[in-house]
Each structure stands twice: as C-alpha cells, then as structure tokens.
Design a protein. Sequence first.
Length: 435
Amino acid sequence: MIPRYSRAEMVNIWEPANKFRIWFEIEAHACDAQANLGVIPADAAKAVWERGDKVYTQDRIDRIDNIERETKHDVIAFLTELAEQVGDEARFVHQGMTSSDVLDTCLSVQLTQATDLLLADLDKLLAALQKRAEEHKYTITIGRSHGIHAEPVTFGLKLAKHFAEFDRAKKRLLAAREEIATCAISGAVGTFANINPAVEAHVAEKLGLQPEPVSTQVIPRDRHAMFFATLGVIASSIENLSIEVRHLQRTELREAEEFFSKGQKGSSAMPHKRNPVLTENLTGLARLVRSAVTPAMENVALWHERDISHSSVERMIGPDATVTLDFALARLTSVVENLVVYGENMQKNLDQLGGLHNSQRVLLQLTQHGVSREDAYRLVQRNAMESWKTGVSFQDLLKQDDEVSAALSNELIDSLFDMEYHTKHVDTIFTRVFG
C-alpha cells in the first residue's frame, strides 16, 4: 500500500485512528448492553462514552504504541490507554470478552466500509461502460478468435460484454459484503460462558453487522476467503478489459487507445511513443490483488478454536487488496471515459482480408442449396486460402469458382457480403445487458 496507487478515502479506513475508533465503539456498545443486563453499573457505561469518546489523535495513537512496546499485546495496550481516559469505571470495560471479539468484529466493520467504497467504484465504472457502449453500438469492427480475424462485431458489443462482466462482479461483491459483515462477542473459545449473547446482538445491531452463529474464538475464515476471492475475480475482470485496450492500441491495429494528454511523454528515448501505460499498470495491479487470494484461502484452516496464523496475513492483505482494487477501478473508469476510438481504422482492418469474414455465411448458403456440409466447407476453404495467399477478393474468387457458381448465383453471392447481416441482433443483446 503506497501513495502512488492509493486513494485517501480507502486508505483512511485502515488508518490507526479509524481502527481504534471502531475498537472503542465495540467496547462502549458492549458496556451499554452489559449495563442493560445489570452486569455493570449504568454509570460505568455512561462514563465510558463521556470520557472515552474522543478523537484518536496522533498523541493517543503514539501512547497506545508505547504501551504495546511493553505489553506486546495491542488490545491490552488499547484498553490501558482507554482506562487512562475513563478512570476507575474502566474496570468494567471488556467484561467477559476476548481480544478476538474486538479484532474480528473490527475487521468486519473495516471490510464492509471498504466494500461500500468498492461498490461505488463499480457503479461509476458501469456507468462509463454503458455510455461508451451506447456511443459505439453500431461501430463495426472485426471480431477475433486466437488473435485472428473471425467475423464482424461492434465495438459497442465489446463494451457491453465488459459491462455485463462487471455487473456480475457487483452482484458477487454484494454477496461478499453480506458474507463478511458478522460480529463475534462470544468470549474465550466462543461459548458465551462469561458474556451474555445479548451483548453480541446489541453490538452487531449498532455496527450494522449480523451475529456470527458459531464463532469459536474467531469468526470462521471461510468468510474472509470468499471475500478476497471475490476481489480477485474483480481484479481479473479489470485485467480482461485492460488487455483488450492494450491489444487494440498496438500499432498494427490502432483501433482504440488510451487518451494521450498534452505534454505527456511516452518514452525517455523515443519521442514518438504513445504507450498503453495505464492499462499495463492495471494488469500489474490486478496481479497484486489476486496475490491476496491464496493466503486468504490458507487462513481457513486454524488450530482448534483459535490461533493467530491468520492475523499477520490479514493485517497486510486487508489494506493492500482493498486499497489497490479501489485505485484500479477508479483508473479503469478514467480509461473507459477517455478512451479514443478510431472507427475508421476498425473499418480499414475489417477490409484487410477482402471479405473473408463472410466465409461461414457462404458455407451455410451452400448447404441450403443442396451441397453437403463437407463439400461446402471444402469449396469455401479452397477459395478462402487462395484469397489469403494472393490478396484477391474472396467475393470475386467465389464467383469464378464453377462449383460454387453451380449452387449460388452472382447476385446471391453479393448479398452474402452485406454488413448489416452481422449486426441485426445488436439491439437484442443490448436489451439483455442493459434492460
């Protein structure tokens, strides 16, 4: 997590000030619930809020850090500093709780906060993709399979495909948010022996979470594995679109390219260069987000009711994965919004192979006119390969082929090269995608 690839709002979720604030709210809400149950004095719960509810300034954070250097325990250091603020009533704080109750519930809050930002990022990206897809709904371009010309599509359809992919990503992220938004205030080994389950229910409600059904001493890490796996899939979708842009920007294609601003430089050595640096960067950032998935999966297997082998992992991948993905989604949105599209180059590239992209249509027409599929394939491929080799128009070669002409008139052959044939169902696809 470095400033170059970070945005302040997401970074702030993982700053100590926000973390300690959440820790305080967990403890203070738990005190309220304990007071309602008659476990601690109501005045004690009130004192926690009145004297402890302060901004976690750098001085307070430094004090907690100094205490931790001695105690070697972050939650105890936090509670000690809180006691300095609250006074004698602080002895009622953390009644029946264990450190994991604070740490795991806080992580749930932070991940839900992060998810809300990511969902907003996705909404902006989806809006950009839809706008550009509508703009290029009928901008004809060649579709490619294996990198080789196949049949025509539209650039709008390309973007609609990516819209649908990120729309699925949003649905998955909403499910991941629900999966991760759980609260554990169940005490040592999760039995509630020293704390009433009503405390957990109260804290969960105040923090917008759901009580964890069985928390042992930690919230089960399959939830976190699913969450980070979802982030990994979103990162892969970012790379998918980025790769498309990078390929289309190649000199040999130049069908679309990243916006190149005034004063921008592409190379320290070659002044002519206009490189796809943003989408190359996004490919790299996607790798970083996905790197969090395997450790999250490995965190699922913990010893018995609790160990901390997951803790160091999550302290790193939580901030890194969410901050990086937030930055990447924002950058990709900007790429889409400012993408320069060269429709004339798309048409030029489409025309390179002299109509070979209509080979399937000719094949099907031959079968409709009494030619076996095997013979039809042979006839079409024979002329297609000749066109590849000589550059002669595929359409003209078909007309000169006696076997083809025996089945198809010149007029019918010409009709098979109508471009609108390939776009007649664009509206149907757009309705499926955008409603």
